[in-house]
Write a protein that binds this ligand. Structure first.
Ligand code: AMP
Length: 392
């Protein structure tokens, strides 16, 4: 069965065509600058790469182009071969607790949560409508970043603020990266052949979040009402004292939105170093002796270590710690710095095993109290698997 896994942004559309159950990637690519002057797309398949510039007025035109390329290059022989399209959707509020088959009624219900994810949700929905228009016979499935976290209990998802903020405005912790954390739980529990695992899943890429999972249920996660909360990230601050916001507004004359924008886009590794949000640049600068880069690395590792220790307590002792996403999968330096800071949990790194990047591997010593695995994430595959299950 061939499934398209899609992530639509406001001016982009990322796709992966996956064969299931073999999990073979048949093609993948990106349509960029949709609705702008210099739109272009890249498609990779079977060792080939297509790069073309062309006018992509809207997402429907991009989807039509994608279908034409799939047919012209015989990646699929007919449209009937594409049995389903799975869409990443950022926010399903409290209402959506599972992935779901999409129709116009469901889309209208999802639109209610656009104000909770204004940068992503409208674009994700636009992507769904484009596929509904171009491929009207194919079923579409919505896979939300928030649903996996819906098992959190009130005591963990509520903020200690006036209760009516929750009842009137929906202010609570929603959590994000749910599709990734769910994939990681599925992968590690299948590997260890246990479905009652207590896992601390660390998704550390440009964005980052940790998730405490017990037997497939989320107990707590570090992102919150929005993805700004939790650990320090590439450009996001993570947790800070909210009183900083009005203080900075008074000092700078910026509006609240502008300060929050700085916390989202100009903070984190970028904010502390002034160099870059990319951990490779920070590592290089640190190796060259840049003091701010060294400081930022220490801060970054410490925040993650603090959350791991907190979640170990919350889980009453974790069975396994997993590291994933760009930094977790690739940076042996950052992995070492994090594990160095959780020695009180009896976690021990095997430096030889840690000397690699980008694959599934155990990196802790045999006598480490909690084993630590690097588990590459695959949100596209998780979306495709959900889609297959819902359309079958
Ligand atoms: P993601 O958001 O999951 O794509 O992760 C992006 C982050 O992963 C960026 O900060 C990259 O610098 C980081 N990353 C990717 N490859 C490496 C690497 N080889 N070493 C260190 N960091 C890396």
């Amino acid at each position: 069965m061939k499934i398209l896994s899609v992530n639509a942004g406001s001016s982009s559309l990322k796709f992966t065509l996956i064969e299931l159950p073999s999990r073979e990637v048949l093609a993948s690519g990106l349509f960029e600058k949709i609705g702008m002057n210099n739109s272009q797309y890249t498609i990779k398949y079977n060792g080939e790469k297509i790069v073309k510039e062309c006018e992509l007025k809207d997402h429907s035109i991009a989807v039509s182009k994608l279908i034409d390329e799939l047919l012209d290059n015989k990646i699929v022989n007919s449209l009937e071969e594409i049995e389903g399209v799975g869409h990443r959707i950022l926010h399903g509020g409290q209402e959506f607790t599972k992935s779901i088959l999409l129709d116009e009624d469901i889309l209208k219900r999802i639109e209610k949560y656009n104000e909770l994810g204004p940068l992503h949700n409208p674009a994700n929905i636009m992507g769904v409508r484009a596929f509904m228009k171009v491929l009207p016979k194919v079923k579409n499935v919505g896979v939300f970043d928030t649903t996996f976290h819906q098992t959190m209990k009130e005591e963990n998802y509520l903020y200690p603020v006036p209760y009516e903020w929750y009842t009137k405005y929906g202010i609570r912790k929603y959590g994000f990266h749910g599709t990734s954390h769910r994939f990681i739980y599925k992968t590690i529990s299948e590997y260890l052949k246990r479905d009652n695992l207590k896992v601390i899943s660390c998704h550390i890429g440009n964005g980052g979040s940790l998730c405490a999972i017990d037997s497939g249920n989320v107990i707590d996660t570090s992102m919150g009402f929005t993805p700004l909360a939790g650990i320090m990230m590439g450009t996001r601050s993570g947790d800070i004292d909210p009183s900083i916001i009005p203080f900075v507004m008074n000092k700078t004359g910026l509006t609240a939105e502008e300060v929050v924008n700085e916390l989202n886009k100009k903070s984190g590794l970028l904010g502390v170093t002034g160099i870059s949000s990319d951990s490779r640049d920070i590592e290089q600068a640190a190796n060259e002796g840049d003091e701010k880069a060294i400081l930022a690395q220490k801060m970054y590792a410490q925040k993650i270590a603090n959350y791991i220790a907190m979640y170990n307590n919350l889980l009453n002792g974790a069975d396994v710690i997993t590291l994933t996403a760009g930094v977790g999968e690739n940076s042996k330096t950052m992995r070492e710095m994090i594990i160095d800071r959780i020695q009180s949990l009896g976690v021990k790194l095997d430096k030889t095993k840690n000397d690699f990047r980008g694959e599934f591997r155990l990196i802790s010593t045999d006598d480490s109290k909690i084993p630590v695995y690097v588990v590459p994430t695959n949100e596209e595959l998780m979306i495709a698997i959900d889609t297959m299950e819902l359309i079958s």
